[in-house]
Design a protein. Structure first.
Length: 217
């Protein structure tokens, strides 16, 4: 695995809709990298740092939605700001691999492309929270909406759906379209992965796509 081009560490993000299998694939990739001798940090958004985890609780409770789309976007941005400063930037500076479950593409997809939040606001928040800290590679896990929702419902059991799990089929379809558009617009960074396959097959596709992305200019 080529890492000499990345003295700052390697930043890998995972994106996708409900039940697309991000957490499962992050765990598999982290185990494989660790076996390969890499020093790996696994984290997530919203959350990932103590301050951001508090905001995660607020957001997923649905309070942010009550405040309106712009205010909810500010909550995600505040969480990301803390997470980047407290966890991601220090880990990359130490030369570690950072595997993050969701990052700024989630804001672009959920709040921007689907939620209709003003583009100028989104760009300002992105500049303030992450600056030029873009992921080296982003895996966008793509599954049909009904497959993702079936998986998420089975995993949730009798628990109540959270703020995003409770959204409509149309919302989740628009989200899938948004992620496909992001992947098409940034092919050097984003890899669209067919995640409607068994977990080991998806993991193999991710592993084989990784080296080429890390060495591309
Ligand atoms: N959000 C936002 O709006 N704006 C932002 O800026 C950010 C986030 C950062 C956070 O939800 C919500 O916040 C999210 C977007 C929004 N909303 N939604 N929906 P979260 O963190 O609570 O959950 P999530 O990110 O959506 O992930 P998830 O639903 O937990 O799913 P996942 O991590 O992608 O999947 P998984 O846990 O790996 O797998 C789900 C189930 O499927 C589980 O039982 C697995 O065993 C099973 N699975 C996994 N892979 C497979 C395969 N290949 N085949 C069969 N079954 C599988």
């Amino acid at each position: 695995m080529p890492t000499q081009d990345h003295p700052r560490g390697v930043f890998v993000t995972f994106e996708g809709g409900e039940g697309s299998g991000k957490s499962t694939q992050i765990k598999l990739l982290a185990e494989r990298l660790a076996r390969d001798g890499r020093d790996v940090v696994v984290t997530r958004e919203p959350g990932g740092s103590p301050g951001a985890e508090i905001l995660r609780h607020v957001i997923l409770s649905g309070v942010g939605k009550l405040l309106g789309a712009e205010a909810e976007t500010l909550l995600f941005a505040a969480a990301r700001d803390d997470h980047v400063r407290a966890v991601i930037a220090p880990a990359l500076a130490r030369g570690q691999w950072v595997l993050c479950d969701r990052f700024f593409d989630s804001t672009r997809a959920y709040q921007g492309r689907v939620g209709g939040v003003d583009r100028a606001l989104m760009e300002s928040l992105q500049r303030v929270t992450i600056g030029d800290l873009k992921p080296d590679v982003t895996f966008i896990l793509d599954v049909p909406v009904e497959v993702g929702m079936r998986r998420a419902t089975a995993r949730r059991g009798a628990a109540a759906p959270d703020r995003f799990e409770a959204e409509t089929i149309a919302f989740h379809q628009a989200l899938r379209d948004a992620y496909q558009a992001i992947a098409a617009a940034e092919p050097a960074r984003c890899v669209l992965i067919d995640a409607d396959r068994d977990a080991d097959t998806v993991a193999a596709a991710i592993w084989s796509a990784l080296p080429a992305r890390l060495t591309s200019p």
